[in-house]
Design a binder for this molecule. Structure first.
Ligand SMILES: [Cu+2]
Length: 136
């Protein structure tokens, strides 16, 4: 216990001396370290809606229909024509569905068959254009 008291006195002296020495005003700059307390933005894991090809849609580009499209029975399918040329989406059977889509971003919609199955289609202007609509 006795030693503790002595230590305390010495400490007091040291502090006093230190204070006197700093009379010049050149006190060590208090490094006000910006403590990232509360400023740390929590990792926002907001999954940005991955823009998969819009559901129930067919995009025509470069005289191609793109990947086969699968839709629900009776779904409304939107066709977008990114070519400058006009195209159609015409069911090979001729009557299930058929839309004419203006070029340069034209769009059209048709209703998918209500019966599940695979419905190949083509473009009446460019018969080599072949696509596939799957209903299930
Ligand atoms: Cu075409």
């Amino acid at each position: 216990m006795g030693t503790g008291k002595v230590r305390g006195s010495l400490l007091l002296v040291t502090v006093l001396l230190g204070t006197g020495g700093c009379a010049g005003g050149s006190s060590p700059a208090q490094t006000t370290a910006a403590i990232p307390d509360g400023t740390t933005s929590p990792p926002v894991i907001s999954t940005p809606a991955i823009t998969t090809p819009a559901a129930n849609s067919i995009a025509i580009q470069n005289f191609e229909y793109g990947a086969p499209v699968t839709v629900s029975p009776g779904a409304v399918v939107t066709v977008t024509n990114l070519d400058s040329a006009r195209h159609t989406v015409t069911a090979d059977d001729g009557g299930t569905f058929a839309v004419d889509v203006a070029g340069s971003g034209g769009t059209a919609t048709f209703t998918a068959p209500s019966t599940p199955g695979s419905y190949p289609f083509h473009c009446t202007y460019h018969p080599r254009m072949q696509g596939m609509l799957t209903v299930k």
